[in-house]
Design a protein around this ligand. Structure first.
Ligand SMILES: [Zn+2]
Length: 148
């Protein structure tokens, strides 16, 4: 599994991934901004689907998720939910609103792509498990399935 190198997080993730027998290789930070600026025949991130992603909050906590849909659409939905106050649809929007925290949308990144839905979910759990204080767990259980 190739994961972006994030200080403090990546080392922890490697330990957890090892338990799941997932080999990890750190790559340099792959942000949306980097991808947009890259030239050449690389598929634009906005055209990427079936991916695992990470959205950071200024407080240092992050939201990890997975989507089968277009990454750009999913990201826009998170933004929109915060914008219009649909806090019940996005834990990230809820966190940002309630804590009055600024979400670092421009740093949002695709962690990796994974076509197999079951394996994608599994990896999502692994990614969340590697975080000390993920936003996702803040209100786990209080959202219906299908919530972002
Ligand atoms: Zn925050």
């Amino acid at each position: 599994m190739f994961i972006p190198y994030i200080r403090d997080v990546s080392e922890k993730f490697k330990c957890i991934a090892k338990r799941y027998n997932i080999k990890t290789v750190f790559t340099t930070s792959h942000t949306l901004r980097d991808s947009f600026m890259r030239t050449g025949p690389i598929r634009a991130p906005q055209d990427t689907r079936n991916c695992l992603y990470c959205i950071l909050c200024k407080c240092g906590r992050s939201y990890n998720g997975e989507t089968s849909r277009l990454w750009a659409v999913t990201l826009r939905e998170h933004m929109r939910n915060l914008e219009v106050g649909h806090l019940e649809r996005s834990r990230l929007a809820q966190h940002s609103f309630e804590e009055n925290h600024h979400v670092l949308w421009e740093e949002a990144m695709i962690l990796e792509t994974e076509k197999e839905p079951a394996y994608r979910k599994y990896k999502e759990v692994a990614y969340i498990a590697c975080l000390l204080n993920p936003i996702n767990q803040a209100s786990a259980g209080s959202f219906p399935s299908g919530t972002l």
